[in-house]
Each structure stands twice: as structure tokens, then as C-alpha cells.
Design a protein around this ligand. Sequence first.
Ligand SMILES: Nc1nc2c(ncn2[C@@H]2O[C@H](COP(=O)(O)OP(=O)(O)OP(=O)(O)O)[C@@H](O)[C@H]2O)c(=O)[nH]1
Ligand SMILES: [Mg+2]
Length: 343
Amino acid sequence: MTDRSEPVTPKDNSVVEAYLSAQKDLTTDSALDLGRGLIPAAPEGFRSGFVGIIGRPNVGKSTLMNQLIGQKIAIVSPVPQTTRNRLQGILTTDAAQMIFVDTPGIHKPHHKLGEVLVKNAQSAIGAVDVVLFVVDGMEIAGGGDRFIAELLLNVKTPIILGINKIDARTDLRQSHLNAIDLSYQELAAERGWEVINFSAVTEAGFPELQTSLTDKLELGPYYYPPELVTDQPERFIMGELIREQIIHLTREELPHSVAVTIDRVQEDAKITRVLATIYIERDSQKGILIGKGGQMLKQIGSNAREQMQKLIAGKVYLELFVKVQPKWRQSGLRLAELGYRVE
Ligand SMILES: Nc1nc2c(ncn2[C@@H]2O[C@H](COP(=O)(O)OP(=O)(O)OP(=O)(O)O)[C@@H](O)[C@H]2O)c(=O)[nH]1
Ligand SMILES: [Mg+2]
């Protein structure tokens, strides 16, 4: 039985497993060396570092990171403000190891949760080696984009302006397209940023993006085993997969009022049992979440279970509880209890 608090790795990989178990016992420097010993030495000319993915809500940051690393570790939805935590996804190529940091969309906060999210996204800007500023290629640069551009003014880190969703632009009028492109070219030219067009869905433009990111990183070692795709615990991703289904299946104010905790994960040979609690803010939201005859909650559970099975490549039994926690988004203490890191 394990507690599923270890980072996500592909199944059946003895090198990664050994690395992670060495990491668990990291109490001394020698244990650290042992952990490092399992990471191969990087070839000459190898580059590595952290790439911060920032931008307004809903521009496709999480979709981009998932697609770049080839595994779904960040949840995605058409509703803005989906991502709430800083998530790391790792891409290792022959030339480089890029550790992507997905961040919550930067917006004007209306509550304590929003404040914490925006602060965390901003602090990521200072902690990475390259900033990938993602914008929505379907829309002309707006106030939200310019606000972020201002935040980036005094940043010394190399910055790439990434124009996303180019796959969806086929229906736009040419004149409108030109206006969109011009608005971003102006933004980038003022600051000397490189501009790259891509689609996080079709992967068009990915080779150019990867080359440019690699060029901007310094020479460096493997920070993680080449097979690792994230340092995020499976437990955390499981909670997010539940939250994703709630966003997809419920409407009204519910998506933003929901938090999920994974209370217990019990793994035996045949099945992994997961106990989770969904927190809402008001008694009146219970009805929407549970649905007629419990149908809604059942659907949420069944969809999330399916996703979890993909994640761990094994059978999952999922039990969901619902609790009312008034005003959790307003309280720093409750936010911390629910796992939101206040930086
Ligand atoms: N057509 C198209 N849609 C995209 C693309 N990338 C993302 N989307 C869609 O845009 C919506 C938002 O995607 P997310 O990845 O959740 O956006 P985000 O920037 O992480 O949003 P927040 O976490 O709220 O800041 C989803 O409906 C995605 O399917 C793309 O390249 N093309
Ligand atoms: Mg996101």
C-alpha cells in the first residue's frame, strides 16, 4: 500500500522508481547524491531550466503544457480561472530539459482566492529562466494582455510572446486576422520580444517553439530523470480531475465555489480506493452538485473515476463526500487547509 503522494511517472520504469524512492529518504546530503546518481549525466551542450507559462485566464496555458509534455497533468476547461496552483510539467528532448511551470491566469481578483492565485502567478515570473507569455490568437490584444506586459517590463528573463489557438482562426476575416496580429506585433516590438504562433491543440508551431525555448536556456544538467513528466503528486492530480468534472458538468456559480480534497488513497493489488471530499460554500449549492436522485454527483464520480484510471493505469473505486464550508474562498486559513499554497 502506498499513499500516492509520489510524483507521476510512467508505469514500469525502474530507474524512475529508484530515483523516487531515494528521494523519499532524502534526509542527508549523501541521500541527495544517491538520488542524483540515478539521473544520467547530460551530454555536452545540453541545456535545461524552467519555463514559466503565464497569461490571461482561458488562453490555453494548461492545454499547452499538457500537450508539450504528452500527458494530462493540468485540468482544462472553457471556463476562465480553471488553474489554481502552480504546476510543473517536464519535457526532456535530446537537446534540453524544459521544466514548464503552468500558472493561474492573471486577472483582476474579486476575492482572497483570486488574490492568492494572481500573486502566485506573478511570483513564478521571477523564479523561471524563460517566460512564455501566452495570448489568445482569436482576439486582439486587450487590457488584460497589456497589464501582463506591464508586469513584464522590468523582468530581465528572456520572454517569448506565444500566440495560441491558430488552428481556430480559419473562419476569421483576413482584415480581422491582420488586426489581431498587428496588435501583438506592436506589443512585442516595443519590448523586443520574439513572437511564435502555435496551436496547443494541433501542435502546429511546436517545433519552432521548442527550438526557441531550447536556445534561450543556459547549458545545464538533467534536473529530473528524463522519463519523469511532472513532480506533481498523483493525489493532487486526482483531486483536480474531480474538480474538472464539476466544472464541466455543473453550471452557474458552482465551479468557482468548489474545492476538492483527497482524504485517503488505499492501493491494493486489484484496485485503488480513493476517498474525496467536495467542498462548497452554501447549502443551496448542494442541490446542483448532487442533482436529482443523486444523478449529478454520480456522473461526476463516474467521469472522474475514468480519468483517474487512465492516470494510474489501474482500477479505481471512488467515493465522494460533500461538505459545506461557508466562505472558504475568503479565508486565508481555509485556503491553506484546502491545499492552496499562499506564497
Ligand atoms: N481551438 C483551440 N482551443 C484551445 C487551444 N488551446 C486551448 N484551447 C481551449 O481554450 C480553453 C481554455 O484552455 P485552458 O488550457 O484551460 O486555458 P488556461 O489558460 O489554462 O486557463 P486558466 O487556467 O483559467 O488560466 C479550453 O476550452 C481549451 O480547449 C488551441 O490551441 N486551439
Ligand atoms: Mg489553466
